[in-house]
Design a protein around this ligand. Structure first.
Ligand code: SME
Length: 150
Protein backbone atom coordinates (compact mmCIF):
# COMPACT_ATOMS: atom_id res chain seq x y z
CA UNK A 1 0.00 0.00 0.00
CA UNK A 2 1.25 3.48 -0.88
CA UNK A 3 1.35 5.45 2.36
CA UNK A 4 2.02 8.86 0.79
CA UNK A 5 -1.59 10.00 1.01
CA UNK A 6 -1.81 8.79 4.63
CA UNK A 7 1.35 10.75 5.42
CA UNK A 8 -0.14 13.92 3.88
CA UNK A 9 -3.39 13.42 5.80
CA UNK A 10 -1.55 12.98 9.10
CA UNK A 11 0.72 15.98 8.62
CA UNK A 12 -2.19 18.21 7.68
CA UNK A 13 -4.26 16.97 10.63
CA UNK A 14 -1.60 18.04 13.14
CA UNK A 15 -0.64 21.29 11.41
CA UNK A 16 -1.16 24.30 13.65
CA UNK A 17 -2.10 22.29 16.76
CA UNK A 18 0.43 21.92 19.58
CA UNK A 19 -1.58 19.75 21.99
CA UNK A 20 0.08 16.34 22.07
CA UNK A 21 -2.91 14.25 23.17
CA UNK A 22 -5.22 15.82 20.58
CA UNK A 23 -2.69 15.25 17.81
CA UNK A 24 -1.88 11.66 18.76
CA UNK A 25 -5.60 10.90 19.04
CA UNK A 26 -6.21 12.13 15.49
CA UNK A 27 -3.13 10.31 14.17
CA UNK A 28 -4.28 7.00 15.67
CA UNK A 29 -7.73 7.47 14.14
CA UNK A 30 -6.33 8.47 10.77
CA UNK A 31 -4.11 5.36 10.59
CA UNK A 32 -6.81 3.02 11.94
CA UNK A 33 -9.35 4.08 9.33
CA UNK A 34 -6.99 4.56 6.36
CA UNK A 35 -4.65 1.59 6.68
CA UNK A 36 -6.77 -1.53 6.20
CA UNK A 37 -6.72 -4.62 8.38
CA UNK A 38 -5.79 -3.31 11.84
CA UNK A 39 -7.41 -4.39 15.11
CA UNK A 40 -5.46 -1.91 17.24
CA UNK A 41 -3.49 1.28 16.59
CA UNK A 42 -2.13 3.68 19.16
CA UNK A 43 0.63 5.14 21.26
CA UNK A 44 2.59 4.30 24.37
CA UNK A 45 4.38 7.34 25.81
CA UNK A 46 7.52 7.26 27.93
CA UNK A 47 6.86 8.57 31.43
CA UNK A 48 9.96 10.17 32.96
CA UNK A 49 8.67 9.93 36.53
CA UNK A 50 7.62 6.29 36.44
CA UNK A 51 10.34 5.25 33.96
CA UNK A 52 8.01 3.14 31.82
CA UNK A 53 5.76 3.37 28.78
CA UNK A 54 2.16 4.35 29.55
CA UNK A 55 -0.84 3.91 27.27
CA UNK A 56 -1.69 6.99 25.19
CA UNK A 57 -4.35 7.77 22.58
CA UNK A 58 -5.46 4.74 20.57
CA UNK A 59 -8.18 3.03 18.51
CA UNK A 60 -9.26 -0.50 19.35
CA UNK A 61 -9.98 -2.54 22.46
CA UNK A 62 -8.81 -1.45 25.92
CA UNK A 63 -5.11 -2.33 26.27
CA UNK A 64 -2.33 -2.84 28.81
CA UNK A 65 -1.68 0.40 30.68
CA UNK A 66 2.05 0.16 31.31
CA UNK A 67 5.01 -1.51 29.58
CA UNK A 68 8.54 -1.59 30.98
CA UNK A 69 11.59 -0.85 28.82
CA UNK A 70 12.73 -4.08 27.19
CA UNK A 71 9.35 -5.83 27.66
CA UNK A 72 7.15 -6.92 24.75
CA UNK A 73 7.50 -5.53 21.26
CA UNK A 74 6.89 -1.96 22.43
CA UNK A 75 9.45 -2.05 25.24
CA UNK A 76 11.98 -3.68 22.92
CA UNK A 77 11.48 -1.00 20.27
CA UNK A 78 11.87 1.62 23.01
CA UNK A 79 15.13 0.11 24.25
CA UNK A 80 16.66 -0.56 20.83
CA UNK A 81 15.40 2.74 19.37
CA UNK A 82 14.36 0.76 16.30
CA UNK A 83 11.25 0.00 14.30
CA UNK A 84 10.29 -3.63 14.90
CA UNK A 85 8.13 -5.67 12.53
CA UNK A 86 6.82 -8.96 13.90
CA UNK A 87 5.21 -11.31 11.36
CA UNK A 88 3.93 -13.71 14.02
CA UNK A 89 3.55 -12.35 17.53
CA UNK A 90 3.45 -15.89 18.96
CA UNK A 91 7.08 -16.28 17.87
CA UNK A 92 8.24 -13.08 19.58
CA UNK A 93 9.71 -13.87 23.02
CA UNK A 94 7.92 -11.85 25.69
CA UNK A 95 5.21 -10.52 23.39
CA UNK A 96 2.48 -8.87 25.48
CA UNK A 97 -0.95 -10.01 24.30
CA UNK A 98 -3.32 -7.10 24.97
CA UNK A 99 -5.81 -8.15 22.30
CA UNK A 100 -5.88 -11.88 21.68
CA UNK A 101 -6.88 -11.17 18.05
CA UNK A 102 -3.42 -9.76 17.25
CA UNK A 103 -1.25 -11.93 15.00
CA UNK A 104 1.30 -9.46 13.63
CA UNK A 105 2.63 -6.16 14.87
CA UNK A 106 4.63 -3.10 13.83
CA UNK A 107 6.15 -0.79 16.44
CA UNK A 108 7.82 2.52 15.52
CA UNK A 109 9.74 4.61 18.06
CA UNK A 110 9.29 8.38 18.17
CA UNK A 111 12.79 9.79 18.61
CA UNK A 112 13.85 13.37 19.31
CA UNK A 113 17.51 14.26 19.92
CA UNK A 114 18.34 10.58 20.48
CA UNK A 115 15.64 10.14 23.11
CA UNK A 116 12.60 7.89 22.62
CA UNK A 117 9.48 9.86 23.59
CA UNK A 118 7.10 6.99 22.91
CA UNK A 119 6.15 4.38 20.34
CA UNK A 120 3.46 3.93 17.73
CA UNK A 121 2.03 0.40 17.90
CA UNK A 122 0.04 -1.20 15.05
CA UNK A 123 -1.61 -4.61 15.49
CA UNK A 124 -3.24 -6.78 12.82
CA UNK A 125 -5.38 -9.91 13.21
CA UNK A 126 -3.51 -11.72 10.42
CA UNK A 127 0.07 -12.95 10.26
CA UNK A 128 2.64 -10.90 8.28
CA UNK A 129 0.27 -7.98 7.68
CA UNK A 130 3.12 -5.47 7.47
CA UNK A 131 5.70 -5.28 4.68
CA UNK A 132 9.29 -4.04 4.92
CA UNK A 133 8.13 -1.05 2.91
CA UNK A 134 5.38 -0.35 5.49
CA UNK A 135 8.02 -0.41 8.22
CA UNK A 136 10.14 2.13 6.28
CA UNK A 137 7.14 4.31 5.46
CA UNK A 138 5.76 4.42 9.01
CA UNK A 139 9.26 5.14 10.32
CA UNK A 140 9.58 8.11 7.96
CA UNK A 141 6.06 9.31 8.78
CA UNK A 142 6.80 9.26 12.50
CA UNK A 143 10.11 11.10 12.00
CA UNK A 144 8.16 13.89 10.29
CA UNK A 145 5.41 13.80 12.89
CA UNK A 146 7.95 14.17 15.72
CA UNK A 147 9.53 17.19 13.99
CA UNK A 148 6.12 18.84 13.81
CA UNK A 149 4.92 17.80 17.27
CA UNK A 150 7.82 18.39 19.62
N1 SME B 1 1.75 -6.31 21.95
C1 SME B 1 2.40 -5.18 22.56
C2 SME B 1 1.62 -4.64 23.72
C3 SME B 1 0.67 -3.55 23.37
S1 SME B 1 -0.73 -4.07 22.65
O1 SME B 1 -0.44 -4.86 21.45
C4 SME B 1 -1.79 -2.89 22.33
C5 SME B 1 3.80 -5.58 23.00
O2 SME B 1 4.16 -6.76 22.96
O3 SME B 1 4.54 -4.70 23.38
Amino acid sequence: MNLESLEKEILSLIEGEKNLVANLANISSSIFYSYPGLNWCGFYLWDETDQELILGPFQGRAACLRIKAGKGVCGTSYLKKETIKVDDVHEFPGHIACDSASESELVVPMIKNGKVLGVLDLDAPVKARFTDQDAKDFTRIMERVVKQLY
